[in-house]
Design a protein around this ligand. Structure first.
Ligand code: BDR
Ligand code: CA
Length: 317
């Protein structure tokens, strides 16, 4: 089978970084057409620089990295330095990755998304947002003809049954740009949502970090360092043995959908209420006649997930 073509839209972020590396480590299953960056965990100048650093870490300076929207469509930017550090990719002991030598591509991320989708036949390209949905919504608004071209959107964001992680009901990526999420969830494109319902079942424990550290080369060791830094916040917040590893769930699902169980339901985004802004309102029991628009992941084989991640990372330099 041909590898599945995808655009990865991200805001690195430690878990975004692991998602990028998992995609790069899966050439038999995935063909990464480009990485597009958005403001989210940290401002755009840092998310885009971090994406370059990650490509270089993996020895993949051939991958196109594009900077996109520097703020949400309507609201002001909310960031997450408490989780990811001021750089968005802080390492333990105040270490940091070397500054990248590769450069961002000149094209704006939104133009890259539009041009790439228009250059391919309908149904050929999967779009994978793992940050706020600003770039994707702007592309849909600017060029509505791309909408029927998208094979599927597999995204990290939202929570159907779980509580929120940034407000009592909202997950970070959707909360940061709920208006963009609303455009995407109304678009009619087939959606698969890897939200907190599953990502909070994929916990990075100290043992799992050490397994990754010893599985391969320098990249795997840096991933172990990323995860050590990244988990400290959620571990103390949730009182668990490990922090949830959100964004790689999207890539893991593309590589092996059997790892996850999903339910096809209607999901709508709250954009009006100050109390519940950014909530992904999922009609889990078909309380309404609203048509199902989203495959919501609700269960995952976490052992198999970490085996896949470790095995893939072991192939990187
Ligand atoms: C999401 O928020 C970000 O901090 C992570 O990178 C992930 O995409 C989890 O809510
Ligand atoms: Ca992210």
């Amino acid at each position: 089978m041909q590898p599945r073509k995808l655009i990865l839209d991200c805001d690195p972020g430690h878990d975004d970084a692991v998602a990028i590396l998992l995609a790069l480590a899966s050439p038999a299953e995935l063909e990464l057409l480009g990485i597009t960056c958005v403001a989210g965990n940290v401002p755009l100048s840092l998310t885009s620089r971090n994406a370059l650093k990650i490509c270089e870490l993996a020895g993949r300076s051939d991958v196109g990295v594009y900077a996109g929207a520097d703020r949400p469509m309507v609201r002001s930017l909310v960031t997450a330095e408490a989780v990811h550090g001021v750089s968005g990719l802080d390492l333990p002991d105040e270490r940091c990755l070397p500054e990248p030598t590769m450069r961002l591509r000149d094209q704006h991320a939104v133009d890259f998304i539009i041009d790439t989708l228009l250059a391919h036949p309908a149904g050929a390209v999967t779009v994978c947002p793992i940050g706020p949905l600003t770039n994707i919504a702007l592309a849909m608004r600017r060029a509505p003809e791309i909408v029927p071209k998208i094979r599927e959107i597999v995204l990290m964001g939202g929570a159907a049954i779980n509580p929120g992680n940034v407000t009592p009901v909202a997950e970070f990526n959707i909360y940061v740009d709920p208006h963009a999420a609303d455009v995407v969830f109304r678009s009619g494109v087939p959606l698969t949502m890897m939200g907190l319902d599953v990502t909070h079942q994929v916990l990075v424990t100290p043992e799992r970090i050490e397994t990754i550290r010893s599985c391969g080369g320098q990249t795997a060791r840096v991933v172990a360092d990323f995860l050590s830094f990244y988990c400290r916040y959620d571990r103390s917040r949730y009182g668990t043995d490990g922090g949830p590893l959100h964004d790689p769930c999207v890539i893991a699902h593309l590589v092996d959908p059997a790892l996850f169980a999903c339910r096809h339901v209607n999901v709508q985004i709250e954009i009006a209420s100050p109390l519940t802004l950014g909530q992904t309102v999922a009609d889990w029991w078909q309380a309404t006649e609203a048509q199902a628009n989203c495959h919501v992941a609700y269960a995952v084989d976490d052992e198999a997930f970490f085996s896949q991640l470790t095995q893939k990372l072991s192939t990187l330099p």
